[in-house]
Design a protein around this ligand. Sequence first.
Ligand SMILES: Nc1ncnc2c1ncn2[C@@H]1O[C@H](COP(=O)(O)OP(=O)(O)O)[C@@H](O)[C@H]1O
Ligand SMILES: [Mg+2]
Ligand SMILES: [Zn+2]
Length: 327
Amino acid sequence: MSIQKAILKEYERSRTNAEIKLKELTKQIYTQFPEIKTLDSEISKIGIELAKATLSKSGDIEALITEINEKNMDLQIKKAEILHANGYPKDFLTIKYNCSKCNDTGFIGKDRCSCYKQKLINYAYKEANLSMVTKNENFDTFDFSYYTDTAHPNLNMSGKEMAKLAYNAALDFTSNFDLKFNNLLFTGSTGVGKTFLCNAIAKELLDKGKTVLYLTAFELFKKIEDYRFNKGDNDFPEDPLNHILSVDLLIIDDLGSEFLTSLTTAELFNCVNARLLNKKHTVISTNLPLSELKNHYSDRTLSRIIGNYSILEVYDQDIRFKKISKA
Ligand SMILES: Nc1ncnc2c1ncn2[C@@H]1O[C@H](COP(=O)(O)OP(=O)(O)O)[C@@H](O)[C@H]1O
Ligand SMILES: [Mg+2]
Ligand SMILES: [Zn+2]
């Protein structure tokens, strides 16, 4: 099902739910206050009178309509007063939609309501395998104060300087996404902001309308494996392997944390290589230093990465501990 269709279905469901809810409340109120039921039936009679008046050609129609409307108003007020006197809000028996701007239709006239746009974003996040929580990790919230002046043991750079390089490369990657074919590899120990940067990149590109798929290495290999072994007897919405290879941006987070088998080694090469051939951008993060990546995966995978990815090391103490002591 297309996203548009799914969203319209969602709206249909919310409207039905609102109607059911109102029916239940009405039933409950009618039992408690039969006089409201009487008022309601008078109100609906007036509705018919009004329709007739609008159609009739004789007499002073305008005056008749005004009179009917006034009668209607009186009845509505009476009804509201009874509700109010008994501790209910005056509009207790009016239908309540999730969005009062578009009454859960998704549209205001011909324009999409803001709730429709929000739904589109939610779907894009879901498709990308990202939770809304990660929305808080973006380029605006990236905090450089967590990084220190501690010098890297081998490079003539501090943690802060390296974080700036990684941040700028990530930002540049997103702003030139259509202009420049590039791939990124973030390497560094645990808790230095590698996943944070992946999320910031994902968010930026989702907002630009790109298709993004975020997978931990564990999820990636599991998806591929499930696909290989269930091939044919599973009705996936889309061929998952094709999606992995063709999505505008694939993020493989935490490479090296998965179970290593000869299959994963081959699949990683396949994935990295196919995406390079298709000129599809890939971002990888790993806790492993390059030297260890080489031991884990094949030489040819590593040479593809070194030849086609910007390698960005993030170096500092674990930010998670700093966050706890700051809170
Ligand atoms: N630059 C940053 N500014 C603010 N919070 C950060 C930053 N980098 C990391 N964090 C936070 O620190 C924690 C660990 O970061 P994470 O990106 O998961 O590290 P890694 O993926 O390198 O192990 C997370 O809670 C994350 O939100
Ligand atoms: Mg991480
Ligand atoms: Zn709306």
